[in-house]
Design a protein around this ligand. Structure first.
Ligand SMILES: Cc1ncc(COP(=O)(O)O)c(C=O)c1O
Length: 399
């Protein structure tokens, strides 16, 4: 008998561009931190679609807001005003301290926008040859040409060379190397306050201090890529603030729409003042659907969600450290709030994700040997405990 999964996998094999190595699982429904596949099996979702389903799956308030918006007006283009873009920008300004927003539809577009605005700043202020961008090794900022150019991994980059010129990489844990790399030719430095795809590496306090110092000394702008670690993920609105960084630009995406595609570049007034009409744009960017979803998310964030993440994060960290004590295959554990990476031995890394699915828990493997957890920000204590218990069983199976 042909199952729904067979049909889905079959039509994909015939017609979908094969750029994703998918797990053979067809997800059809969700509720909170749980998702159900086409065979009716339920999984505890400790990944939330790579940090996107921030309010959990099928969040009733988000669903109602999206439906109501669809019945009113979904899209106007940016040729006209609508009531929600300014509201969302003002809320983000309060949270971030960056007073202006440009809206787009994904993380990579938010990074592209930040890079363009940084270049534009020096062009406008009379230093058009100041074009270099400094990024960190182990970085991931996206897959379009600009963001790919500041992403360090060779496998992402090599097939698409030549990339945007003038990008220099510094070691993520070497303050002296950073000092040598950022110069008066640097337009901007871009960093993830916690590197995500690279293996969940929080930027150290010393690196953050050096970053602030070199940007001050050289005048280079600072771009914080908060796409994965921002918007409450660490139990604070933005991890750059936790580190004492004062970015001139910030890239947002993922959690912002709770599953509705929306990205944003936030700018200081100084940088925003250098950008002119027509410099950048997006047909969809900041449409009513995206803004309405993001406003629901920001409402939740400002009404106790960040505090809840901090509490839930302590529970997850404690659980992961217990797993590390029990399982010889587990190495270093890194992260904050509800963003965690757990190093495991190579063989276990190969098997842990399918072993997790067998046990009914979704986790992700990144940077070769890191098991990554990015659960919904709303995950309950019960689902944390049950999810980690299943992860423990999967570790046993995979060892
Ligand atoms: C830190 C960071 N920046 C940028 C991106 C790119 O975002 P998107 O996949 O929405 O284009 C990602 C995605 O994983 C990310 O983690």
């Amino acid at each position: 008998m042909t199952t729904v999964a067979d049909e889905v996998l079959g039509v994909e094999a015939a017609h979908i561009l094969q750029v994703y190595k998918r797990l053979p699982l067809v997800l059809v429904r969700g509720a909170g931190a749980r998702v159900t596949d086409s065979d009716g099996r339920e999984y505890i979702d400790l990944l939330s679609g790579i940090g996107v389903a921030s309010l959990g799956h099928a969040h009733a308030g988000l669903a109602r807001a999206i439906a109501a918006q669809a019945e009113e007006l979904l899209h106007t283009s940016n040729l006209f005003f609508h009531p929600l873009q300014g509201q969302l920008a003002a809320r983000l300004a309060r949270l971030s301290g960056l007073p202006r927003a440009f809206f787009c539809n994904s993380g990579t577009e938010a990074v592209e926008a930040c890079l363009k605005f940084a270049r534009r700043y020096w062009h406008t202020t009379g230093d058009p040859r100041r074009t270099e961008i400094v990024a960190l090794e182990r970085s991931f900022h996206g897959r379009t040409f600009g963001s790919l150019s500041v992403t360090s991994g060779a496998p992402y980059r090599a097939p698409f060379a030549p990339l945007v010129p003038g990008v220099r990489f510094a070691a993520p844990d070497d303050p002296d190397a950073l000092r040598r790399t950022v110069t008066s030719a640097t337009a901007a430095v871009i960093v993830e306050p916690i590197q995500g795809e690279g293996g969940v590496w929080p930027l150290s306090g010393t690196m953050a201090e050096t970053l602030t110092a070199v940007c001050e000394e050289t005048g280079a702008l600072l771009i914080a890529d908060e796409i994965q670690c921002g918007l409450g993920r660490t139990g604070r609105p933005f991890h750059s603030a936790t580190l004492g960084l004062r970015p001139d630009l910030m890239a947002l995406g993922k959690a912002l729409g709770g599953g509705v595609p929306v990205g944003a570049a936030l700018l200081s007034e100084r940088v925003a003042g250098a950008v002119a009409f027509g410099d950048h744009g997006s047909t969809y960017g900041g449409n009513l659907l995206a803004c309405r979803a993001a406003l629901v998310f920001i409402d939740a964030l400002e009404n106790g969600l960040t505090a809840r993440v901090a509490e839930a994060g302590t529970r997850v960290e404690r659980g992961l450290r217990q797993l590390a004590q029990k399982h010889a295959a587990v190495g270093e554990i890194r992260g904050a709030g509800l963003m965690w990476g757990m190093e495991v031995d190579g063989g276990v890394a190969d098997r842990i994700v399918p072993a997790g699915l067998e046990r009914g828990v979704i986790v992700n493997r990144t940077a070769g040997n890191v098991v990554r957890l990015l659960p919904p920000l709303t995950i309950s204590d019960g689902d944390i405990d049950a999810g980690l218990a299943r992860l423990g069983e999967a570790l046993e199976d995979a060892s």
